[in-house]
Write a protein that binds this ligand. Structure first.
Ligand SMILES: Nc1ncnc2c1ncn2[C@@H]1O[C@H](COP(=O)(O)OP(=O)(O)OP(=O)(O)O)[C@@H](O)[C@H]1O
Ligand SMILES: [Mg+2]
Length: 277
């Protein structure tokens, strides 16, 4: 059973600290959901776990089954069982979708061995059918010209074939129509097992109507500030985040506050001071 441990993780980009001490443990068989207002570090966390070179980890650790993930290259992380379904999947002209998936599957095989073409085509066809995708999508260039919803389904197609042990799905629900949301949700739920730990990043309860989460976390200011059960989502869906901010004494939940806003606040303070308000 896989276990991903994120301990006191700090990460920065362009000398700006975005993650400020994330602690999270996900075990095989568990489904965690992370919610949180825009710009609070959710996608950054996903990128850092997967090894995006843009971010520098300055403190903390990430362990997968006790192994140091931060020491691994991106492809080693993938081979070790980590998977990221991206919020904004990249377009890769010139590489067909099926070639991309086949190459990734081969990279997981023992050195010198390849996945059998027959087995690959059978699995791919089955997954395409299960996701009710257009049959031409595997043969087109990766994500090029795909609609928003097609890109998201395609992330799940990759996940079905790569069979990760820890999968992070970043806003997999955004851009999906109601029927597609149901299909994607049911496909992910069908993959649930003791050998899969899931982390869903989402803004809405509707995804979790199809994929049941065991634990719900809220991220603000680059860390997890609150965790609870599914009732947390219901309350956020109805009331938003203000009650959590009030409860925790958080004024601004964003990690990066634009300079002009900072100046405006400082300006207001200075004016108040001058007027002795
Ligand atoms: N390359 C970068 N340069 C500067 N700031 C960055 C960079 N990458 C991310 N950030 C900032 O880090 C903060 C967190 O971004 P992130 O994408 O993790 O937010 P998020 O919680 O996923 O938000 P959303 O819900 O909108 O997807 C944002 O303020 C973002 O602008
Ligand atoms: Mg995001």
């Amino acid at each position: 059973m896989a276990i991903l441990e994120i301990k006191n993780l700090h990460a920065e980009v362009d000398n700006k600290e975005i993650l400020k001490g994330v602690n999270l443990t996900i075990k095989g068989g568990e489904t965690h959901a992370i919610m949180g207002p825009n710009g609070t570090g959710k996608s950054t966390l996903a990128s850092v776990v997967m090894g995006h070179p843009k971010f520098t980890v300055t403190k903390g650790e990430i362990l997968l089954d006790g192994q140091d993930v931060l020491e691994m290259t991106v492809d080693e992380r993938s081979r070790a069982g980590l998977f990221l379904g991206m919020q904004h999947p990249a377009e890769v002209p010139g590489v067909t979708n099926s070639d991309f998936i086949k190459t990734a599957m081969n990279a997981r095989m023992e050195k010198g061995k390849n996945v059998s073409l027959f087995k690959f085509i059978r699995e791919l066809d089955k997954a395409v059918e299960g996701l009710k995708m257009n049959e031409d999508l595997p043969h087109r260039y990766l994500n090029e010209g795909f609609s928003g919803g097609e890109k998201k389904r395609n992330e799940i197609l990759q996940m079905k074939l790569l069979k990760p042990s820890i999968a992070i799905l970043d806003e997999i629900d955004s851009g999906l129509d109601v029927d597609a949301l149901k299909i994607v949700g049911e496909n992910v739920t069908a993959m649930k097992s003791d050998s899969l730990g899931l982390l869903l990043i989402t803004h809405y309860q509707r995804l979790l109507d199809y994929i049941k989460a065991d634990v719900v976390h809220v991220m603000m200011k680059g860390k997890i500030v609150k965790s609870g059960d599914i009732s947390l989502i219901e309350r956020i869906d109805q009331e938003g985040y203000d009650w959590i901010k009030e409860e925790l004494g958080i004024d601004d939940e964003r990690v990066v506050i634009p300079e002009e806003e900072k100046r405006a606040v400082l300006g207001t303070c200075a004016t108040k001071e001058a007027l002795k308000l």
